[in-house]
Design a protein around this ligand. Structure first.
Ligand code: ASP
Length: 324
C-alpha cells in the first residue's frame, strides 16, 4: 500500500518534471541569450557574431547578447561555453580554430569539439588572406616570400593565440616557406589588425572579414587569398595559385554551438533563427560586403555542422602535427 503510494507520488512528480521541461522548451526563450565570442571585440568572429545575433534576436523575441571571453586562442571561451548550463541561454560563436584545429594543438583541451557541443549551424565561410603592414617592401606574393625567407626569425607575425585560425593558417605558411617568424599573440585579430595597421607587426594570415575595409582603405597590404577563386569584394587580390604559391590553400568558418545536452527543440529554434538571419537581404549584404561566403541551405543547420566539425578535425590534425 505504502509502496504503491510512493510509486504513485514518484510518477506524478516525474510527470510534473517532464511537463516542466517541455514547457521550458516551448516557452523558450524567456530571457536574454548570451553568445560567447571567444576573442576580443572587432575581429572576424566578433563581427560575424554581431551581424547574425542582431537578426536572431528579432526572430527569437529576446536579445542575443555578445560576451567576449578571450584567451588561449579561443579555447578559454569555448571551455566556458562547454561548462555553461545546457538550457539554451548560453551559446558560442566558435570557429575552425576552437572547434577543430585546437584539438591538435592542446593535448589537454578541456573539451572535445565534436562530442561536448550541440552543433547549431554554420554562420559564415571565411577565406584566408596573407596580409602585411603597408610599408613592408615586398610588392607581390613572390617578393613577400623572398623577403620573409631573407629575414627569417626577424619578422613579427601576429596571431590570435595558439590554435586560432590566424595561428594555424600561418603555421601552414611557415612550414611551406620553411621559416620561423617571431609569433606575437593577441586576444583576437581585432587588436592584431590594429597593430598591423600601426606597423608594430609585419604580417598576419587571417579570415577575410575585418581585413576588407582596411585593404580597401589602403592601410594594409593583401598579397593573396588562399581559396581557389578570387573574392568578389577584393577583385585585385590574386589567389595563392595565381600568385605562385599553390600549396597554400586555406579557408575557415564561424559557427554557432550550444553546450552538450541542450534540448533538441531549443537547438532547432536557434538553428531556425540563424537560418532566417542568413536569408535576410540586409544580413547577407553585410556578410558579403566583408568577403564572407554565406553557406547554402545544404551547409546550414546542426547536422551539416556536426559533419563539418568531424571533417575539419580530421583534416587539420595531421597538417598541424606535421608542421609543429
Ligand atoms: N580571426 C581570429 C583567429 O585568428 C580570431 C578573431 O576572430 O578575432 O582565430
Amino acid at each position: 500500500m505504502i509502496k504503491n503510494l510512493v510509486g504513485a507520488l514518484l510518477s506524478a512528480a516525474l510527470v510534473v518534471v517532464t511537463a516542466g521541461a517541455a514547457q521550458a522548451q516551448s516557452d523558450y526563450p524567456k530571457r536574454n541569450i548570451v553568445m560567447i565570442v571567444p576573442f576580443a571585440a572587432g575581429g572576424p568572429t566578433d563581427v560575424v557574431a554581431r551581424i547574425v545575433s542582431e537578426h536572431m534576436s528579432r526572430t527569437l523575441g529576446q536579445t542575443v547578447l555578445i560576451e567576449n571571453v578571450a584567451g588561449a586562442g579561443g579555447t578559454t571561451g569555448a571551455t566556458r561555453a562547454m561548462r555553461a548550463a545546457n538550457d539554451g541561454y548560453t551559446v558560442i560563436m566558435g570557429h575552425m580554430g576552437t572547434h577543430a584545429a585546437a584539438v591538435a594543438l592542446y593535448p589537454n583541451l578541456a573539451y572535445k569539439p565534436d562530442v561536448d557541443f550541440e552543433p547549431v549551424g554554420m554562420a559564415a565561410g571565411t577565406p584566408i588572406l596573407i596580409l602585411a603592414k603597408k610599408d613592408l617592401p615586398a610588392k607581390d606574393l613572390k617578393e613577400f616570400v623572398a623577403y620573409v625567407k631573407a629575414n627569417n626569425e626577424k619578422l613579427n607575425m601576429a596571431h590570435a593565440g595558439v590554435g586560432s585560425v590566424s595561428h594555424t593558417t600561418c603555421l601552414l605558411l611557415s612550414s611551406i616557406l620553411q621559416v620561423k617568424p617571431i609569433a606575437v599573440p593577441f586576444q583576437g585579430t581585432g587588436p592584431a589588425m590594429n597593430a598591423l595597421v600601426g606597423g608594430q607587426v609585419d604580417y598576419m594570415c587571417d579570415q577575410i572579414v575585418n581585413a576588407v575595409p582596411q585593404i580597401q582603405g589602403g592601410t594594409i597590404k593583401a598579397y593573396a587569398i588562399g581559396t581557389p577563386e578570387r573574392s568578389p569584394v577584393l577583385p585585385d587580390v590574386p589567389t595563392t595559385t595565381e600568385a605562385g604559391l599553390p600549396q597554400y590553400q586555406a579557408s575557415a568558418w564561424n559557427a554557432v554551438f550550444a553546450p552538450k545536452g541542450t534540448p533538441k527543440e531549443i537547438v532547432q529554434k536557434l538553428a531556425d533563427a540563424l537560418d532566417k538571419a542568413l536569408d535576410d537581404p540586409a544580413v547577407r549584404k553585410r556578410l558579403l560586403d566583408l568577403g564572407s561566403d554565406i553557406p547554402g541551405k545544404d551547409r546550414r543547420g546542426p547536422q551539416a555542422l556536426g559533419t563539418l566539425v568531424k571533417n575539419e578535425i580530421a583534416k587539420w590534425t595531421p597538417i598541424i602535427k606535421a608542421n609543429m
